[in-house]
Design a protein around this ligand. Structure first.
Ligand SMILES: [Zn+2]
Length: 83
């Protein structure tokens, strides 16, 4: 699993809709990739805040911010692609 694959599964992971086989892959990637581990950790905290406020929703804006964060951390600014 690459960082891109991880990101593609991230929202499903939080929604609990990732098939069990893929959950193992997601967790394996997190254990191997410090960048995604940090992103997941901060995302978890963010979502917990949203949930506490009963505002939880994976908005496109949030996804975009997560995407940018992971791409920046994992691949560096030079690999960032314009939308
Ligand atoms: Zn990664």
């Amino acid at each position: 699993m690459t960082c891109t694959d991880f990101l593609a599964r991230l929202t499903d992971y939080f929604d609990g809709t990732v098939p069990s086989g893929l959950v193992a892959e997601v967790q394996k990637h997190i254990s191997e990739c410090k960048h995604c581990e940090v992103v997941l950790d901060s995302t978890t905290k963010t979502i917990n805040i949203y949930r506490n406020q009963e505002m939880y929703d994976f908005t496109p804006e949030l996804e975009e911010r997560l995407h940018s964060a992971i791409m920046t951390r994992c691949y560096g600014a030079e690999k960032q692609t314009a939308k």
